[in-house]
Design a binder for this molecule. Structure first.
Ligand SMILES: N[C@@H](CCC(=O)N[C@@H](CS)C(=O)NCC(=O)O)C(=O)O
Length: 318
């Protein structure tokens, strides 16, 4: 059974930074495949069947989409130290979901204000900024875009709230980091490292900066360079893990959509990124969906999505 963790990511991706630090916290070895930050991404979509967001975790012929689901997989692979400590189980997931959505989009609208965006692309050819802007515009479905001034107000308030937590203990909910810390860290990391010209906003909350230093010190585990071609080869030479014994926590069927297992379905992100993945529904559990699909390059793979944040439909329904 394959156990090698292959992370498809790129260095400047915030959600990837969340996962890289969790790999560090859990002291895991992993294969690092750098992927493009804009479309086209032919190797990624050969594995996922359409999903194009970053990061994606591959284990053999099993493809795990979305950092929230990747957290579940890593907790299963290496339970200690825990991302979801028993006494924080509910609150840390709820906080992480807020951080990955509300905090993330306020921070990104702040980060990408004209001064930040100009800095990001200062050394790149002019067409790079244009291509990036067009790519992200095409992804922006079902999204509320904050204006820079409103984003600044929200981001500042959120930083103060996080500071109230960081003032109390080393990490947000106590002396050890949990999933909430990793989710809150990555948008702030982007501000600090990618757009230092607007990072003065972090200076109003010194305890947040100290907490960020502690997060950074967790490291990134043991990455080893790997090529996209090798990753595709690993998928083609592996069988998907049997349902019920893969790296996900649950396997009981939960039918909220009146869609039977074995149906042809699509799974699409609720917002940001309209690309759908189509396949045969092989699992729909309390926490996730799994689709079986076959690609000329990868052979048969199982592509897994979290239930929350994704739309499940019968294929060929509008
Ligand atoms: N809910 C997703 C969000 C992922 C996401 O939005 N990632 C950004 C980069 S950090 C992205 O996909 N940007 C476009 C791209 O990389 O193609 C997750 O938690 O993984």
């Amino acid at each position: 059974m394959p156990t090698e963790l292959i992370l498809h990511h790129y260095p400047t991706s915030p959600f990837s930074e969340k996962i890289r630090l969790i790999l560090g916290r859990k002291k895991l070895g992993w294969k690092s495949v750098h992927i493009p930050s804009i479309m086209p991404k032919p190797d990624v979509t050969a594995l996922t069947g359409g999903y194009r967001k970053t990061p994606v975790l591959q284990v053999g012929a099993d493809i795990y989409c979305d950092s929230a689901l990747i957290c579940d997989v890593l907790e299963h692979v290496q339970p200690e130290p825990a991302l979801y400590p028993a006494h924080l189980k509910g609150v840390c997931r709820i906080f992480a979901q807020w951080a990955d959505s509300t905090l993330f989009w306020a921070a990104m609208a702040y980060n990408l204000q004209p001064k930040g965006a100009a800095h990001m692309f200062a050394d790149a050819p002019p067409q790079a900024a244009k291509a990036f802007g067009e790519d992200r515009k095409a992804m922006a479905v079902n999204m509320t875009r904050l204006r820079a001034a409103d984003a600044t107000s929200a981001y500042r308030s959120y930083l103060r709230r996080i500071a109230h937590m960081a003032d109390e203990h080393d990490f947000l909910f106590g002396m050890e980091p949990c999933v909430a810390d990793f989710a809150a860290y990555h948008p702030l990391w982007f501000t600090r490292t990618r757009v230092p010209v607007v990072a003065d906003i972090l200076g109003i909350t010194p305890s947040v900066l100290e907490w960020m230093d502690r997060m950074h010190a967790l490291g990134q585990g043991l990455p080893e360079k790997f090529s996209a071609a090798d990753a595709v080869r690993v998928a083609s030479q592996s069988e998907p893990m049997p349902h019920g014994s893969n790296l996900l926590v649950d396997s009981a069927f939960q039918d909220d959509h009146a869609i039977a297992l074995g149906s042809r379905v699509t799974v699409t992100p609720e917002s940001f990124g309209p690309e759908a993945t189509e396949g045969e529904l092989v699992a729909a559990t309390r926490t996730h969906y799994s689709l079986r699909r076959t690609d000329a390059r990868t052979g048969t793979v199982h592509v897994h999505f979290p239930r929350i944040g994704y739309v499940l439909k019968k294929a060929d329904t509008p």
